[in-house]
Design a protein around this ligand. Sequence first.
Ligand code: S3P
Length: 171
Amino acid sequence: LPEQLTGRSIVLVGLMGAGKTSIGRRLAARLGMPFRDADTEIELAAGCTVPELFERFGEKEFRDGERRVIRRLLAGEPLVLATGGGAYMDPETRASIRREGVCIWLRASLPTLLRRVAGRVHRPLLNSGEPADVLQRLMQARHPVYAEADLIVDCGDESPDTTTGHVLDAL
Ligand code: S3P
């Protein structure tokens, strides 16, 4: 790992289906760093699933919890962190990610994302309409913000190991 990266966390951002969790896990193994998934940590802290959190308390409460969980994770030892797709849109979360870590946007096309999220029921935002329309709207709103990441890695339909290699090359 390049010198300027030692001691810093690596934070993966991008839309649902981009592969943040599977790439993050592999990246952590290759770098010998701990791995955490923000959604999983929120579920552990809340004692219920992300869809249940959305349903019971609404998106605002979920985002508040997400902000706290990410701040706590980044305050500890350096790690590889996979965030939920909306986390980086929160100005405070974005500031803590940019302060504590190297931020990588896993960028994928609409067809790739659609293929990956097809049939998944555990993503509450996708239930609000046709998945293609929802994702397209999210792309429009979020891509300009994701573009502030330190590094951008394009992910096509290649294997997670191949994408992980691209991330390692980019670092
Ligand atoms: C969300 C993405 C999800 C999860 C929640 C909201 C979003 O995470 O945090 O359903 O706003 O894009 P993944 O990106 O891991 O699916």
